[in-house]
Design a binder for this molecule. Structure first.
Ligand SMILES: *[C@@H]1O[C@H](CO)[C@@H](O)[C@H](O)[C@H]1NC(C)=O
Ligand SMILES: *[C@@H]1O[C@H](CO)[C@@H](O)[C@H](O)[C@H]1NC(C)=O
Ligand SMILES: *[C@@H]1O[C@H](CO)[C@@H](O)[C@H](O)[C@H]1NC(C)=O
Ligand SMILES: *[C@@H]1O[C@H](CO)[C@@H](O)[C@H](O)[C@H]1NC(C)=O
Ligand SMILES: *[C@@H]1O[C@H](CO)[C@@H](O)[C@H](O)[C@H]1NC(C)=O
Ligand SMILES: *[C@@H]1O[C@H](CO)[C@@H](O)[C@H](O)[C@H]1NC(C)=O
Ligand SMILES: *[C@@H]1O[C@H](CO)[C@@H](O)[C@H](O)[C@H]1NC(C)=O
Ligand SMILES: *[C@@H]1O[C@H](CO)[C@@H](O)[C@H](O)[C@H]1NC(C)=O
Length: 790
């Protein structure tokens, strides 16, 4: 769409919605989003790592009150803090990832001519009046003590690329705003490991138009050190650009005649200077006080990965001059309620409602947009790609999100799916590989090439709108091409100075014998199991695209063989192996898990797994040992599917018990209410599916395993897909479910379901799922295994 038209439509949109706001803008769903859930940082019980940010779904830049400078292992907001530094436009996707090119806007007041802006944040924090803090996805506000007897009320909203802030200074001193372009940057997660990235800043004060700007750029990218070496030269020119636009009349008077604006460069103030570059940099202006003890200034901060000029264009498109803060709030709230209101819950407790709807909000935050108005910056080749409707996304934590977050997006954000897949294919074209953990560019974090699963699941579930042959090429490359220096590089987690990790170990023994050698590669046992699943995903894709049997057979065979090469008959557990075939020890080779969780990690061949573990009864006993022995670790993803395995071995009622216990123990509505990291939506996607009563244990199967729905009823208005513009109702009825955990019978669209599997096909266009619940265990669901093996 032409930018000018887009702008016009936005303006019309504002008017229409603003009038709506006056009548009915209440949303039960929106009101139950509690963005403090999962903020708790580093307690054993709460490493959710989420921040209370304002932004629409999938936003490129999210805005948050900054209580701490963030880095790998620290987020910018800590709910226990009592002071803030300013308001940050952040791209840190998760607590364990690095920040990229942030901008921070700082309101303050000063008694002297020299704004105190040059002091580092640690000295400067303004005291929060905690009781005034209001947190919601579209609006944040807080009143701060200005330290000189007055206060500053800060209100914040945002569109995907523009932060919209309103500062109300109630003071007799001189207010100022400061924009920070570059700051000390912590590398790795060691706070003393600091570098000083460069930034730029320029100030333009236009007394005629009264529209002023402070614009700049920030080259900080904390994950640079783990960027694959062949991409490093391309992404070296990365910048987060910004342009802050604000209006006021007149000019602040200073006593000594120094100019009421300037640059702070390398922590030294330069009043009267209009631009600068280098480390520890920012720009400030003192604001003329209105004389009535109250000064109000609206600031729109456009952000971009392309240029300062593009940051300006993003303001013009998303928050044109004259848009009141209320208009931005209303539009962003609308973007959320469009999604959240699609779920109507009956029989959920207040805590469950908060966990559920906050979960929906978290799950719709990732991945985040990297495109801006028909263009995107690619760090893979260091250039800007332009074209009508081009899309790019970042924040792909695929080792986590392939499990259930992607299935959630396919159902609830189908309009985004084609663009998200195209984005991965662009990464492949520009960088040579599909992403693993993309944070602007690849970071090589975690193992496995699970983008294979994302692509295969999309195809299996009928997502269209991307080049399937190109997708196949990329997946086939993952399955067949080993990374650079595969024989001599361990590819341990966050290893620096290596190239794309992809299927590290593919060229040692995996392809011929079926395991990744523990004496050559790190995390070998997890890799083996993950590669086997990825091969199965590649097989499903090959099969769907009609590839020759030589290919489908190879992939299927590898995927079925590899897992069991690790199964140590003597111990009954999976175990890593060395290149020569000897066992490497039960503690070796695991990624964020142990032998207990990983010995259940063959989601694509559950019958095979049951057989290897001695048949149904023995398998159920091994699940009992796992749970009773305290080995299920829901804080980490390898355990997520395990409770559902009971249902595949004739003990469906145990699945029904366990999923409820796990939900109860690992989710609540407090800052430590997520027992594990949110991991870009996976923790919440588990909860949402589980509460609905089914879960995608094997994502590429196109099937869900049935558990135990939590509520009396969930009515879902499925969003339109590119193929089916109508929204469709999916209702899940389970009268009595809040107190009756067991399933007595199930029908899907009238079909009587005896085996605890439902297919995506039968619910994707809506329908009726009806559970009959029971207070005591039922025999339901323990039907014939042979009927479901595909
Ligand atoms: C938050 O602050 C508390 C108190 O200072 C501290 O113990 C905790 O580690 C912090 N959490 C994060 C995630 O920084
Ligand atoms: C944290 O987890 C431990 C062990 O799982 C538990 O005993 C403790 O009660 C939990 N603490 C909180 C505050 O939830
Ligand atoms: C400090 O950062 C560098 C990268 O600049 C990294 O190679 C090194 O391992 C880090 N040191 C520590 C102690 O974390
Ligand atoms: C900042 O720029 C200067 C001058 O171009 C350069 O020497 C320095 O290496 C840069 N610093 C960083 C951290 O890139
Ligand atoms: C910044 O200041 C420090 C110490 O004040 C000095 O060592 C450093 O060279 C300065 N950097 C630049 C780029 O001027
Ligand atoms: C485990 O036992 C099965 C059945 O006896 C056998 O086929 C398989 O090769 C054994 N696995 C290993 C790794 O020795
Ligand atoms: C097999 O490899 C392991 C690990 O490299 C080594 O310790 C062991 O001695 C080897 N065994 C044989 C029989 O070569
Ligand atoms: C295992 O349990 C499933 C589900 O009840 C059943 O279909 C299958 O026949 C059982 N297998 C054996 C070997 O008993």
């Amino acid at each position: 769409m032409h930018a000018r038209w887009q702008q016009l439509l936005l303006l019309i949109g504002v008017a229409v919605r603003a009038s709506k706001q006056d009548t009915s803008s209440t949303s039960d769903a929106y009101d139950h989003v509690n963005l403090l859930i999962g903020n708790g940082g580093d307690t054993p019980n709460g490493s959710g790592g989420m921040i209370p940010s304002t932004a629409p779904p999938f936003a490129m830049t999210r805005w948050v009150a900054q209580t701490h400078e963030n880095f790998v292992s620290r987020t910018p907001y800590n709910w226990t803090a009592s002071s803030i530094h300013g308001f940050q436009g952040t791209r840190q996707p998760a607590i364990w990832m690095g920040e990229s090119g942030p901008v921070i806007i700082v309101p303050g007041v000063t008694r002297s001519d020299q704004a105190k802006v040059k002091q580092r944040f640690e000295d400067r924090g303004l005291t929060m009046r905690k009781d005034t803090e209001k947190i919601s996805p579209a609006y944040y506000s807080i009143t701060l003590d200005d330290g000189l007897g007055g206060e500053v009320q800060v209100e914040q909203s945002a569109t995907s690329r523009v932060g919209h802030l309103r500062f109300t200074f109630s003071t007799n001193q001189t207010p100022y705003i400061f924009l920070e372009s570059s700051r000390p940057s912590v590398i790795t997660s060691t706070p003393t490991n600091i570098t000083y990235p460069n930034g730029t800043v320029s100030i333009s004060l236009d007394r005629t138009s009264r529209v002023h700007e402070i614009c700049g750029s920030n080259s900080e990218r904390q994950d640079h050190i783990i960027t694959p070496v062949s991409t490093q030269p391309h992404v070296a020119n990365f910048n987060g650009y910004y342009c802050a636009r604000f209006e006021y009349e007149g000019e602040a008077k200073t006593q000594s005649g120094t100019k009421p604006f300037g640059v702070v460069s390398n922590d030294t103030m330069h009043p009267g200077t209009l631009s600068g570059s280098g480390p520890l940099l920012g720009g400030y202006v003192l604001l003329p006080s209105s004389g009535k003890g109250k000064t109000v200034v609206n600031v729109r901060v456009g952000t971009s990965f392309i240029s300062i000029d593009q940051a300006r264009k993003n303001i013009d498109a998303e928050s044109p001059d004259g848009t009141a803060l209320e208009g931005t709030v209303q539009r962003t709230k609308q973007a959320w309620t469009d999604k959240l209101d699609r779920f109507v819950l009956e029989g959920a407790s207040e805590v469950q409602k908060e966990v559920f709807w906050t979960g929906v909000a978290h799950a719709l935050t990732y991945p985040s947009e990297q495109h801006e108005q028909n263009a995107y910056y690619s760090g893979y080749d260091g250039t800007v790609h332009r074209g009508p409707g081009v899309e790019s996304y970042t924040s792909y934590s695929i080792w986590d999100t392939y499990r259930a977050e992607w299935a959630f997006l396919i159902l609830f954000a189908p309009e985004r799916l084609p663009g998200m897949v195209r984005s991965m294919l662009s990464d492949y074209k520009e960088g040579g590989w599909l992403p693993m953990w993309k944070n602007i560019v690849e970071t090589n974090i975690m193992v496995g090439t699970h983008a294979d699963s994302l692509v295969a699941e999309a195809v299996v579930k009928g997502v269209e709108g991307f080049d399937r042959e190109l997708a196949w090429q990329a997946v086939w490359k993952d399955a067949t091409v080993a990374p650079r220096n595969d024989q001599s590089t361990s590819y341990f987690d966050r290893e620096e100075n290596v190239d794309y990790e992809v299927r590290a170990g593919l060229s040692t023994v995996y392809a011929e014998k079926g395991w990744v050698a523990d004496d050559v590669h790190s995390e070998s046992a997890s890799r083996t199991l993950d590669y086997a699943y990825d091969d199965y995903a590649a097989y499903k894709l090959a099969h769907a695209l009609g590839k020759p049997e030589s290919i489908t057979n190879l992939l299927l065979q590898r995927s079925m063989n590899a897992p069991f090469t690790l199964f140590n008959n003597a111990t009954g557990f999976m175990e890593a192996r060395n290149a020569n075939g000897s066992w490497a020890g039960e503690k070796r080779g695991w990624t964020e898990g142990d032998k207990w969780a990983y010995s259940f990690d063959v989601v694509h061949d559950i019958p095979g797994l049951i057989k290897a573990r001695g048949g149904n009864a023995s398998f159920v006993k091994s699940l009992d040992d796992h749970f009773n022995g305290g080995h299920n670790d829901h804080t980490n993803e390898p355990s997520h599917h395990i409770p559902y395995l009971y249902a595949m071995a004739g003990a469906a009622h145990k699945t029904q018990e366990k999923v409820r216990e796990i939900a109860q123990a690992n989710y609540n509505n407090t800052p430590i209410g997520l027992s594990g990291n949110e991991d870009c939506g996976q923790m919440s996607a588990w909860y949402i599916f589980t509460a609905m009563g089914f879960y995608p244990v094997n994502p590429v199967s196109g099937e869900y395993v049935v558990g135990s729905p939590f509520f009396d009823k969930i009515s879902i208005d499925l969003p339109p897909t590119p193929q089916n513009k109508k929204s469709r109702k999916l209702t899940i009825s389970a009268p009595g479910a809040p107190t009756k955990p067991y399933v007595k019978s199930l029908t899907v669209n009238g079909r009587k379901v005896d085996w605890p599997i439902i297919s995506h096909e039968e619910i994707k266009d809506g329908g009726e799922i009806v559970f009959e619940m029971s207070a005591t265990p039922e025999a339901w669901g323990n039907g014939l295994l042979a009927n479901v093996r595909s």
